[in-house]
Design a protein. Structure first.
Length: 419
C-alpha cells in the first residue's frame, strides 16, 4: 500500500474515532439529562399522589359536617377531582399499575360515588350516603397514611424509586426496597368499602333473569338465525355462568346465544356495493327479528353507510320506547343478509315508572334563548342502571346549536343533555 494512502487511512480513521467519541459523549450526556428528567417526573408524580389521596380523605370528612345541600355537593365535586388527580398521578409512576387493581379500583369508585352525589335533588345527604362517605373516608385516610410513610422512606433513602428503564422488573423486585414492591404489599392487605348500589358507573350490575332456553333450543335458534342446518354449526366456545352463553359459527357468520335468546351475530366479509335500498333493508331486518323471537319493537333510530344499513329497535312500555334497552341490527346492502346483530343490552322486563311532569312543564325547564322543536316521552337508563322516565326535548339555541335535553318526568328536573 502506498505511503500516502496509509497516511490518509490513518487520518480518516482518527477523525472517525474522534467524531464517534464526541457523539458518544454527547449522547451519554443527553441520556443523563433524560434520566434526571424521568426521575424528577416520577418523584413529582408520587408527591402528587400523596397530596391527592390526603385531599380526598379530607374532602370525605368535610362532607359529614355539612347539612347544606349546595356546600355538600361542592365538596362531593372536590372529592371527585381529588380521586381523579390521585388516579392520574399513580398511573404516571414508573411501574405497571395492573398489579395495583384494588387501589386503583378504590380511587375510581370513590370518585365515581362522590360525583354521583352531586346530582342528588334532596336538600341534604341521607344517613346511608353519609355512612358510605365515612367508609370511603376511612379507607382513603389509611391509604394516605401508608403513602406518607413511603414518602418518608423515599426522602430518607431507605426506599428507592423504580426505574423507567426496567419497568417489567420493578413490581417483582426481589430486594423489596423499591416503591412498587411495598405498594404491592399494601395492595394485598388493603380493605376497600364493600360494593353497594348507587347512581354511578361502578354500581354493581343488577341481576337479570337467566332465561329458559335449553342448550338444544339455543343451538336450534342459532341455526335458524344463520339459515343453516344444525349439523352445519360449529361450536366455537362457551361461557361459564347462569346465562349459559355459547358461540357458534356458520361459514363467515359468528353467533352468540344465551338462555335468553340470540344475543349477537357478526360477519367478517367485505360488502360490495348496494343492491337494495333502505326500505328493503328495514323489511329484512324486521323479518329477521321476528324469526329469532324479538317482536313488538319500535324503530327508534336508523343510520349506516353506502354499503351497510343500521337500525335500532327498542322495546316499549305503554307506547314509550326504552331507548337504552334497544338492540341494533345491520343489513348488508349487497345481498340483504344480516351483517351484525347486537342484543347484549336488550331488556324488556316490566318497569314501574311515574310520569309526574307533562310536556309543558318539561319545556319550562329550558333556559332563555333555548327552544324545543319537538318533545317525546322516552325511558332511559341512569349510570347506575335504573330506568328513568324522561321527556326528550330536541332543542336549538339562538346560535343554531342543537342538543337533546332530557327532563326527569318524576321530579320535573333536567336529567341529562346530549349534543
Amino acid at each position: 500500500m502506498p505511503l500516502k494512502l496509509k497516511r490518509l487511512l490513518v487520518i480518516y480513521t482518527a477523525a472517525a474515532v474522534t467524531a464517534l467519541a464526541g457523539f458518544s459523549y454527547a449522547a451519554e450526556k443527553q441520556l443523563g439529562a433524560l434520566r434526571l428528567m424521568a426521575d424528577t417526573g416520577s418523584a413529582r408524580a408520587f408527591e402528587e399522589a400523596v397530596t391527592s389521596v390526603e385531599d380526598l380523605s379530607r374532602s370525605f370528612r368535610k362532607i359529614g359536617f355539612t347539612g347544606d345541600s349546595a356546600l355538600g355537593k361542592r365538596l362531593c365535586a372536590q372529592a371527585l377531582a381529588d380521586a381523579q388527580a390521585a388516579e392520574t398521578a399513580i398511573a404516571i409512576l414508573p411501574f405497571s399499575t395492573q398489579e395495583l387493581e384494588k387501589l386503583s379500583g378504590f380511587l375510581g369508585r370513590a370518585g365515581d360515588y362522590a360525583g354521583s352525589l352531586c346530582a342528588l335533588t334532596d336538600e341534604t345527604l341521607g344517613e346511608d350516603d353519609r355512612g358510605h362517605l365515612r367508609e370511603f373516608g376511612a379507607a382513603a385516610e389509611d391509604f394516605a397514611a401508608r403513602l406518607r410513610e413511603l414518602q418518608g422512606q423515599l426522602h430518607s433513602g431507605e426506599l428507592t424509586m423504580d426505574s423507567r428503564e426496567r419497568k417489567l422488573q420493578n413490581v417483582e423486585d426481589a430486594a423489596g426496597q423499591k416503591l412498587s414492591a411495598l405498594l404491592l404489599d399494601y395492595e394485598r392487605d388493603f380493605s376497600a368499602p364493600e360494593d353497594f348500589a348507587y347512581e354511578g358507573r361502578f354500581s354493581p350490575a343488577e341481576s337479570r333473569e337467566p332465561g329458559t332456553l335449553t342448550e338444544e333450543e339455543g343451538r336450534a335458534l342459532a341455526a335458524a338465525a344463520a339459515g343453516v342446518e344444525e349439523r352445519e354449526l360449529r361450536e366455537e366456545y362457551e361461557y361459564e355462568g347462569t346465562d349459559g352463553r355459547r358461540c357458534y359459527s356458520a361459514g363467515g357468520l359468528l353467533l352468540g346465544v344465551s338462555r335468553r335468546g340470540l344475543e349477537f351475530a357478526a360477519q367478517s366479509r367485505l360488502v360490495s356495493g348496494a343492491a337494495i335500498d333502505a326500505d328493503g333493508a328495514r323489511e329484512r331486518a324486521e323479518r329477521f327479528l321476528e324469526k329469532v323471537g324479538y317482536a313488538d319493537l319500535t324503530l327508534c333510530d336508523e343510520s349506516g353507510s353506502e354499503s351497510i344499513a343500521v337500525f335500532s329497535y327498542a322495546p316499549a312500555q305503554d307506547g314509550v320506547p326504552r331507548v337504552d334497552d334497544a338492540l341494533t341490527i345491520s343489513i348488508a346492502l349487497d345481498d340483504g343478509s344480516v351483517y351484525a346483530f347486537d342484543a347484549t343490552r336488550f331488556r324488556d322486563e316490566p318497569l314501574e315508572l311515574r310520569w309526574n311532569t307533562d310536556e309543558a312543564e318539561a319545556r319550562e325547564t329550558l333556559p332563555e334563548g333555548v327552544e324545543a322543536e319537538s318533545a317525546r316521552r322516552v325511558i332511559r337508563r341512569s349510570p347506575g342502571g335504573n330506568s328513568v322516565a324522561c321527556w326528550e326535548l330536541a332543542c336549538v339555541d339562538k346560535d343554531g346549536n342543537r342538543a337533546r335535553v332530557y327532563v326527569d318526568a318524576r321530579s320535573g328536573r333536567p336529567w341529562a343533555i346530549e349534543l
